[in-house]
Ligand binder design. Sequence first.
Ligand code: OGA
Ligand code: NI
Length: 369
Amino acid sequence: MECLQTWPEPIVRVQSLAESGINKVPDRYIKPLSQRPTTITTSTCKTSNYLKNNNNCEFSEVNIPVIDLQNLSSDEEMLCNMSDACREWGFFQVVNHGVSHELMKKARETWTEFFNLPLESKQEYANSPKTYEGYGSRLGVEKGVVLDWSDYFFLHFMPPSLRNYSKWPKLPPSCRKVIAEYGEEVVKLGWKLLKLISINLGLKEDHLQKSFGGEENVGACLRVNFYPKCPQPDLTLGLSSHSDPGGMTILLPDEHVPGLQVRRGDDWVTVKPVPNAFIVNIGDQLQVLSNAVYKSVEHRVIVNSVKDRVSLAFFYNPKSDLLIEPAKELVTEDRPALYPPMTFDEYRLYIRTKGPCGKAQVESLTSPR
Ligand code: OGA
Ligand code: NI
């Protein structure tokens, strides 16, 4: 793919823009009216309230289902709650997940430190659309599009053969070690979750793990998002509406700064993170594998004028060259396969070219061909 070699325009770091003291958001970041966070649709209208002190429209925060992994698969009620959450929300939070709280805190602090380094130290890792690895400020390569108010750092963690340590930040000094430890733990959690989701779908407990390529081959990438505070948060988005293209996402949200919004029908609800929990969501590949029994759900990130926000999204994906298709057990005469087989490598080209586009990609697969 020729078009994926370089960015179409010079890259501007949103953090530098924010720190330059501008009091207006440049046109490049101003979303059309229909996408702005202040666009009130039906019931959000009643729940939103306007914060006059920081000129920011704040939405009330909502609790999304919390799943306690303490007793794991022996616990019918837990499995049931997880199944309901997957069907009704596409999102849930997990507690007693096995990842050390200390390590979660360290990971957050280390990455905050990274983004607070001088620009030159970060530019060393400037990324290109070829692999997306490194320090980036846009998703998609189409010229002239409206950009999101965020920077990020993206790296491959699994399979180990894709780990490119030279692209992991060497500063702050603890960074590489923390990524390795954190990645290891979160991969273990992802593995457990895949098993539970398989059981809930009525598949063999290792069905999804196998479809993802087995323990050695499963793909896992880390995307650390940095959402700088924004002088006009009601005109832009930190991350535009999208569904995650991969299998499943395990998000460590900012403890102190809300921002993640999940679509519920015509509304957007702001997620209220439970302390020390991860937020898990179903990605497009699980929608395909489950033949749409579970669906990926659109989400986006709003920004605010008071605080920067940092989140760590760990994407758990099928091995990139395996064909992903609906599980045979979930395909019947009444419910034929909704999606053609496709590798994740092919699939993710769409978002890497076009940038975040709601659920346009996965929905296009089922439209008449
Ligand atoms: C993502 C994402 C949400 C957040 O990186 O795909 O949806 O809260 N992030 O940063
Ligand atoms: Ni996402």
